[in-house]
Write a protein that binds this ligand. Structure first.
Ligand SMILES: [Zn+2]
Ligand SMILES: [Zn+2]
Ligand SMILES: [Zn+2]
Length: 466
């Protein structure tokens, strides 16, 4: 039975629904929806992290995006729990959390409603929206229970260790789609069978593969050129050469130790080059070190495109904007832009890039549904015909057209977009009466002062002529 009591209501000046929870038995997760802020008591560690995990595991936006703070007086909070929370507080005073809470709440209000059943898209959306509303990087935490040694807590709630490959695929997808910019943190070596990083490295005998080896110095006697393991020279407390019977006194004068020699305790084989192997402690398979997987671990920062996508919400691929004739996908557009920047550097000509965006009030494009899509199709038809045949077009986030105009400067593109803008506005206004969608444009020169990321960022933060 779920508990009727949902923690203890905290009185605040702002009349927000703030709940402090210290009893974690039988809590009803649905009650999270009615809270503006939740504060969890860390003096019950398991209860606290368990309930926080439950909140962040939800796919209901009004549950997983809820600001959650942790009350801890002296204790240090484990990094996994910390990373899923919105910070620590030392008291229940409103001043302790009101600042971060308001920042998160304001961002949550910008999000447009999305509705899709595709599991992977739900996870991508969630990651984008969580880190967008928190204004923070997605950072890995070191974790002994994570298979790879590193964990991305929010992602880990949806993938078990056996799904490490899928988890990596999600991270790579977020980068390939340019939603996140990766920053290097570490390099890990993983089992190529199960992706575990819990590996036992050891040297083995090249003949029988056992790791039960005995190592000693190899001795080189200068006078007679005899080379043998150190034990062959030991005679009582002296060293005597077994080939020429002379005494070895001074290292560097009589002899030296050029390297190590291994002796296998299992088969008696002597050798100088052992083989390095790794035993996976998770799946018990044995690997040569060369065959281990190398994986770079990054932390991730949202790009401007990532932020836009967080606000608008992702849609399944089959509905993606790039499907329209005459338009290319955003990743291809990015490649064109990179090439254009290089070409401009060499040719000394001027090209430009621009954006035309339909500023849709939050939650509107979704409620309009088919109507909106029909207008967008008309608008894109018009834009395709109004631009030059050499212009390169893409449409992203269901609201923004991006254009590369080779060999035309910013002013020419701007005036072209200025001519297009009122027509597009009219198309929208005459088709959707109540819409109040504002069309904005912006143009930038493509030159060596901006890389493609900066350019896209600038075009997407479109406060241009509207
Ligand atoms: Zn051996
Ligand atoms: Zn000798
Ligand atoms: Zn393994």
């Amino acid at each position: 039975m779920a508990n009727d009591q949902f923690g203890k209501k905290v009185q605040t000046q702002s009349n927000k629904e703030v709940f402090f929870i210290s009893d974690f038995t039988n809590l009803d997760i649905k009650k999270v929806v009615i809270s503006d802020v939740i504060i969890l008591d860390y003096s019950n560690k398991e209860g606290c992290s368990g309930f926080l995990n439950q909140i962040r595991s939800s796919f209901v936006e009004s549950i997983y995006l809820t600001p959650v703070f942790i009350l801890s007086i002296n204790e240090e909070i484990d990094s996994f729990t910390m990373s899923l929370s919105d910070g620590t507080v030392h008291s229940l005073q409103e001043e302790a959390f009101i600042g971060p809470f308001q920042a998160i709440e304001q961002r949550i209000r910008q999000l447009q409603s999305t509705n899709n059943q595709d599991q992977e898209i739900k996870i991508l959306n969630k990651i984008l929206r969580f880190y967008y509303t928190r204004q923070s990087r997605m950072k890995p935490v070191i974790s002994a229970v994570s298979h790879t040694g590193y964990s991305f807590p929010l992602l880990s709630l949806h993938y078990q260790n056996v799904n490490t490959e899928e988890k990596f695929a999600v991270l790579d997808k977020l980068v390939n789609k340019e939603f996140f910019r990766p920053r290097y943190e570490d390099l890990v070596h993983l089992c190529n069978n199960c992706y575990s990083g819990f590996l036992n490295y050891r040297e083995v005998c090249p003949k029988c593969d056992t790791s039960d080896l005995y190592t000693e110095n190899l001795i080189h006697h200068f006078v007679c050129a005899h080379v043998a393991p150190e034990s062959d020279f030991i005679s009582g407390d002296q060293m005597v050469c077994s080939k020429c019977n002379r005494m070895l006194r001074h290292i560097g004068v009589d002899y030296d130790k050029p390297s190590l020699i291994y002796t296998c305790n299992n088969c008696g084989h002597h050798f100088q080059e052992s083989i390095m192997q790794a035993l996976c402690m998770s799946c018990e398979s044995v690997h040569s070190v060369d065959s281990l997987l190398e994986r770079k671990i990054y932390n991730y920062e949202l790009t401007a495109l990532g932020e836009e996508s967080a606000i608008g919400g992702l849609v399944p691929t089959e509905k993606q904007d790039s499907e329209m004739a005459g338009f290319i996908g955003f990743s291809t557009f990015n490649i064109f832009l990179k090439y254009e920047i290089e070409r401009i550097k060499n040719s000394g000509k001027t090209s430009s890039a621009g954006s035309l965006s339909l500023r849709t009030p939050a939650a509107l494009s979704n409620s309009l549904g088919v109507k909106y899509n029909t207008v967008v199709t008309e608008v894109s038809e018009f834009i395709k015909n109004a631009t030059l045949a050499t212009d390169i077009l893409t449409f992203i986030n269901s609201n923004t057209f991006l254009i590369i105009s080779p060999d035309n400067d910013k002013f020419r593109l701007e005036s072209l977009l200025n001519n297009i803008r009122p027509v597009v506005q009219k198309l929208i206004d005459s088709n959707i009466d109540e819409a109040n969608i504002v069309v904005k444009i912006k143009a930038e020169n493509i030159d060596s002062t901006k890389n493609h990321n900066d350019l896209i960022n600038s075009l997407l933060t479109n406060n241009g002529v509207g």
